[in-house]
Design a binder for this molecule. Sequence first.
Ligand code: ADP
Ligand code: MG
Length: 349
Amino acid sequence: MGIKISNLNKNFGDFVALKNVNLEINKGELTALLGPSGSGKTTLLRIIAGLENAGSGEISFFGENVSRKSIKERGIGFVFQHYALFRHMSVFDNIAFGLNVRPKASRPSKDEIKQRVMHLLKMIQLESLAGRFPDELSGGQKQRVALARALAVEPKILLLDEPFGALDAKVRADLRRWLRKLHDEIHITSVFVTHDQEEALEVSDKIVVMNKGEIQQVGTPVDVYEKPANPFVYSFLGNVNLFRGRVGADGIVSDESAGDLLFVRPHEIELGFEYSAGSKKGEIVHSRILGSRIRLDIKMQESADMVEVDITSAKFKDIKEKNLKFVYLNFTSVHSYSQEDGSFCDYYI
Ligand code: ADP
Ligand code: MG
C-alpha cells in the first residue's frame, strides 16, 4: 500500500469540506482525484502533504502513520497550477534548489547535483535549456521544470494539483501524454488533482471521483466510465442524456412520473432518415463540431425532451444535402438507474 487514508474529516467552521474519507492508493500508481470545483480535492491533497491539518482521521504512507509528521518529514514532491519558479535563477538552479539548500551533511557533492539535474533535464526533455531563466520559457516548459524540481529531492510521493490547469488545450493534451509516459518510467506513487474528466481518464491508473467532500467511486478509468456507481458519476464522466422513464418493449418511454432515471450517451443513439420500429421522431435544433464528430441537439417530438446525438461528419453532410429538419432516433443502449434501490441496469436494444 502506498497511501492509506482512514476516516478523514475536515471542517472549515460549519462547512464540511471532507466527510468520512477512506481511501487506499497503491504504491507506484498514478491516481487522479476528480470532481467539480469545490468538491474537496485540493483540501484532501493538502492534508496528504501535511500543509493542512485534518479534523480527525489517520494517514499512513507505506504502512507508517504520518498523521503527526511535518511536511518536511513526509518526503513529498509538489507541483501546483501556479508553481512559481524562482525568477532570478536559471532552469538548472531551480531544479538543483532543493538539493543545494540541504544541510552540508546530507547535501550531495557539486558533481552529484550536476549529474542529477542533467538527468532530470533529459527526462523532461529540456536538456538544451539549462541556462535559461523562467521568463524565457513557455507555460508548458515551466511546468515541466516545476516537476523536475519536485522530483530532484527524490520524494517518495508526488502530489500534483491541477498542474496543467493554466495552459491552453493543445499544450495540456501534450503534457498529459508526456506525464503518463514519464510516470511509466519512474513509477513514483502520485496523486493528481483535476476537474477535467478527459484528463483523468487519459492519464491515471485509478480515478477517485469526489463530490461535496465525499468519495463517490474509486476505480480504473474503464470502471468508472462503464460502471458508474451512481447518477453523479455517470453525469460527471462524459456527456449524457438523462430522462425520467422506463424501457418498454419497443424502446424507451419518457415518463415524468417514473421512478427510474435513464441515461444514454450521445454516441449510443443511432440516427435514421426514415421511421423504423421503435424509433422516435425529433427535430434538429442545433449542430456543432466536436473534432471528427458532429453533435446535434434534437428536440423529441413526442416528449419535447432535448437530446444530444453524436454523428459522423459524412452523415451530417448527408443531412445538409437532403435539407432534413426531422430525423428518427434509435436508442441502442440505455442505462437505467433505480432510485429505489440504487442499482443500474443496462439495456441493449
Ligand atoms: P476543489 O479543490 O475540489 O475545488 P477545495 O478543496 O479547494 O475544492 O475546497 C473545498 C471547499 O472548501 C470549497 O467550498 C472551499 O470554499 C472550502 N475551503 C477550502 N479551503 C478553505 C479555507 N481555508 N477556509 C474556508 N473554506 C475553505
Ligand atoms: Mg482545487
